[in-house]
Design a protein around this ligand. Structure first.
Ligand code: CIZ
Length: 396
C-alpha cells in the first residue's frame, strides 16, 4: 500500500483545481520551457482551445502519433486526446519514450463498443458456420479501437484504417477478399462501402450481444460487409433534418460532414471526409463560400475563427462536443506531472461540481491520497460546470 501511495503522491497533492486559468497556463508554459525538446505536447483536433494553446503539434490521431514518434529527442509525449490515441502513439514511439494521457478517464465510447474477446468470439462463430473458410474474410479495424483489436487484425491478415485512408484500404481489400469485417464503427464502414457501390442489403450489422451477431447464416454468406455494431456518440447527433434545415435557412450553403455520421446524413451532405479532409476543404474554399460542418464543435469553432472570410457554422444547432475529449484540461496536464510544483492550496478552495456528476461526488478525505486521486479524475470534467452539463447531455 505504501508503494502505491508513493507512486501516486507527488503531482496530485497540489490543488490544481483551485488555481486560476492564468496560473495554470503559466505553470504549463514554464514546464514546457524548462523541459524544452524533452517534451512534446500533442493536441487532437477535438480538444478545447485552452488545451490546444499549449500543444506543439495539432492533428488527427495517426498523424500526431507518427509525428511524436519522429521526435526522437522527446522523452515525454503528452497526448491530449483519448485513450486509443495515446496507445497508438505508444505503439509507434520508441520504448524509452514515455507517453502520457493526462486523464486516464479520457476513453472513446466507440472504441469501448468492441472488446478483443468479443471480436475473437465473433470470428470463431463465423468460422464455425464456415463463413470464414468458404470465403476469404478480411478484418479491418478503425483507428478508434484497442491495441488488442489492432493486433487481432494484424494476425488475421487484416489492417488498421483511419477515416483518411479508409477508401484506399477498402479499394485494396475489397479486390482481395470476399468480405470485410469492419470494427467498431458501423457508420464509417457503411459509408465507405457505399462509396464502392455496395448495396445496403449486402451490409449486415454484427451485434456482439446476439448469436451470429443477430444475423442468419444466409445473411452472413450473402454479405459483402459485416459491420460491427458501434458508433460515435458525437457524430451520431447529426440528423438528416439538420441538413434539410440548414439548406432551407442558408441558401447556397454546402454541407460537409465526417463519415462517422449516419448514412442518411452522409447521403444528404455535399461532401464527407476525415478531420484533415474537412480542414483542407475549408482551406481551399473560396472567400464568401458557405459551409455547415458536421463534426466535433471545438474543431468547427476553430475553423470559424480561422476563416473569417467564409461563412462556417456547425451543422447542428446545439453543441456537439466529445465528452471524453473534454476530460483533458489544463489541470490534468499539471496533474500529469509536466508542470513544476508550486505552492499548495487548502482543499476547501476546490470548486465543487454542481452538475449531476458533481452532486453525486463526495469530497475527499484529506488524509487519503488514493481516494483523492479517484476524486480528482472526474472533477476535471466538472470544473466548468455548464459545459460539463452540456457534455453529459451530449454523451448519452
Ligand atoms: O483519427 C482521428 O483523429 C479521428 C478520430 C478522426 C479523424 O477524422 O481524424
Amino acid at each position: 500500500m505504501s508503494a502505491i501511495l508513493d507512486k501516486v503522491k507527488a503531482p496530485v497533492l497540489e490543488d490544481y483545481f483551485g488555481m486560476s486559468d492564468a496560473e495554470l497556463h503559466e505553470r504549463i508554459e514554464r514546464a514546457r520551457r524548462e523541459l524544452g525538446s524533452r517534451l512534446v505536447i500533442l493536441g487532437h483536433h477535438y480538444q478545447r482551445d485552452d488545451v490546444i494553446c499549449h500543444a506543439d503539434l495539432t492533428g488527427d490521431s495517426l498523424g500526431l502519433s507518427r509525428s511524436a514518434a519522429a521526435r526522437q529527442d522527446a522523452e515525454f509525449i503528452v497526448f491530449c486526446g483519448v485513450h486509443f490515441m495515446a496507445e497508438s502513439a505508444d505503439i509507434l514511439s520508441a520504448p524509452e519514450q514515455k507517453v502520457i494521457l493526462p486523464d486516464l478517464g479520457a476513453g472513446c465510447s466507440m472504441a469501448d463498443m468492441a472488446t478483443a474477446e468479443q471480436v475473437e468470439d465473433a470470428w470463431e462463430q463465423l468460422s464455425s458456420i464456415g463463413v470464414i473458410g468458404d470465403f476469404k474474410v478480411t478484418p479491418i479495424t478503425y483507428m478508434n479501437s484497442s491495441a488488442a483489436i489492432k493486433a487481432f487484425c494484424g494476425e488475421h491478415d487484416g489492417v488498421v484504417c483511419t477515416s483518411t485512408n479508409a477508401v484506399p484500404l477498402f479499394d485494396k481489400y475489397l479486390k482481395e477478399a470476399d468480405k470485410l469485417f469492419f470494427f467498431p464503427d458501423q457508420h464509417l464502414g457503411r459509408n465507405t462501402g457505399a462509396k464502392f457501390g455496395i448495396p445496403l442489403d449486402e451490409m449486415v450489422v454484427w451485434d456482439p450481444d446476439k448469436d451470429l451477431g443477430g444475423n442468419t447464416e444466409e445473411d452472413l454468406r450473402r454479405a459483402r460487409l459485416i459491420l460491427w455494431k458501434g458508433h460515435c456518440s458525437v457524430h451520431g447527433r447529426f440528423k438528416p433534418w439538420h441538413v434539410e434545415q440548414v439548406r432551407r435557412e442558408v441558401p447556397g450553403i454546402k454541407v460537409l460532414v465526417h463519415p462517422e455520421c449516419i448514412y442518411e446524413v452522409v447521403q444528404a451532405s455535399d461532401l464527407n471526409g476525415s478531420t484533415e479532409f474537412i480542414i483542407k476543404t475549408l482551406e481551399a474554399a473560396p472567400a464568401g463560400s458557405k459551409w455547415a460542418v458536421g463534426t466535433e464543435v471545438n474543431l468547427v469553432n476553430r475553423l470559424v475563427k480561422r476563416f473569417p472570410d467564409k461563412h462556417i457554422q456547425l451543422l447542428a444547432p446545439d453543441l456537439c462536443m466529445c465528452a471524453t475529449m473534454y476530460r483533458i484540461a489544463a489541470e490534468s496536464r499539471v496533474g500529469a506531472g509536466i508542470a513544476p510544483r508550486g505552492r499548495s492550496r487548502q482543499p476547501d478552495r476546490r470548486p465543487r461540481g454542481d452538475g449531476p456528476l458533481g452532486s453525486r461526488r463526495a469530497r475527499p478525505d484529506a488524509g487519503d491520497q488514493v481516494k483523492r486521486i479517484l476524486w480528482l479524475i472526474p472533477m476535471i470534467a466538472c470544473r466548468r460546470t455548464s459545459p460539463a452539463r452540456i457534455m453529459l447531455t451530449c454523451s448519452v
